[in-house]
Each structure stands twice: as structure tokens, then as C-alpha cells.
Ligand binder design. Structure first.
Ligand code: 5GP
Ligand code: ZN
Length: 139
């Protein structure tokens, strides 16, 4: 359940040190080495999954409640006024470490813009056509 050369397997299981903010049997939560803001945390499952498509239900079902707990601690302890929960799957989505992780990024009043995009303008019928393709995949 560990990958030989995976840095997050080593960190999650305590073989390499990291600033740990929470740990239980299934997860370690650490501070990101290159934080987007003060307190930027990463939730790491101890088992290796490449991304959310590989993870089992038990891990998946706990990720969001853990993110909420960490976010609440950022608001209470660090004075954050909000937080983003970000999770990248695949290189095109910005994933650089291929061990499933969830970013919890505290946000502060008047902090810099981040996690934003330019809203697109879909052509007439495009949304319905795209939804149809996805519905077929999900059946
Ligand atoms: P991704 O781009 O894959 O969603 O996010 C990977 C994150 O892991 C980046 O924000 C990066 O700063 C962080 N990171 C990469 N290597 C290490 C490390 O060895 N220790 C810690 N604490 N964070 C790391
Ligand atoms: Zn791993």
C-alpha cells in the first residue's frame, strides 16, 4: 500500500519529517513546504492512491469532514476568515505529487486572489450537450 519512491508515502508514514498538525490511523495532515498562505495544510492518506479516482470509499468519506475540521482550526487559531479546499487530479489539473492529497488553504481579509478562473461563455445548447455526454458516462 506504499509506493517505493513516493515522498508523500514517506511523510504520511513518518519516515520523513514534516510539520504535522493532525494524525490518526488513516491520515497525516502536514503544512505545505511552499504555502499559498500561512497555515496551508495538506491532508495525506497513509495509504498510497494516485488520485481520488483510485481511493476507497472509507478514505473518501473522511476527507471532507477532516478538511472542515482543519479549516475551523485555521479560523480559530490563525485568524483566517475563510479557507479553500483544493484537490488536483492529473498534470493538466496542476497535480505535481502523485499521491492523493487535499489542500486546505486558509484565507485572510485582504489576502491575494487565488483559486480563481475567468468565467466562460458557452454557446447556445453547449451546456446541455456536455451534460448529455456526462450523463451517458455516469449511467
Ligand atoms: P499538487 O500540486 O500536487 O496538488 O500539490 C503538491 C504540494 O505539495 C505543493 O503545494 C508543494 O508545495 C507540496 N510539497 C511538495 N513536496 C513537499 C514536501 O516534501 N513536504 C511538504 N510539506 N510539502 C511538499
Ligand atoms: Zn504515496
Amino acid at each position: 500500500m506504499r509506493e517505493e519512491n513516493c515522498i508523500f508515502c514517506k511523510i504520511a508514514n513518518g519516515d520523513i519529517g514534516a510539520a504535522t498538525v493532525y494524525e490518526d490511523d488513516d491520515f497525516r495532515v502536514i503544512l505545505d513546504l511552499g504555502p499559498a498562505s500561512k497555515g496551508h495544510a495538506l491532508i495525506l492518506p497513509k495509504k498510497h492512491y494516485r488520485d481520488i479516482c483510485e481511493a476507497d470509499e472509507r478514505v473518501m468519506s473522511r476527507l471532507f469532514s477532516l478538511a472542515a475540521k482543519i479549516g475551523a482550526a485555521m479560523k480559530k487559531g490563525l485568524g483566517a476568515t475563510g479557507f479553500n479546499v483544493v484537490q488536483n487530479n492529473g498534470t493538466s489539473a496542476g497535480q505535481t505529487v502523485f499521491h492523493l492529497h487535499v489542500h486546505v488553504i486558509p484565507r485572510y481579509e485582504n489576502g491575494p486572489a487565488m483559486v480563481t478562473w475567468e468565467p466562460g461563455s458557452p454557446a447556445e445548447g453547449e451546456l446541455e450537450q456536455t451534460a448529455k455526454v456526462l450523463r451517458a458516462e455516469l449511467m
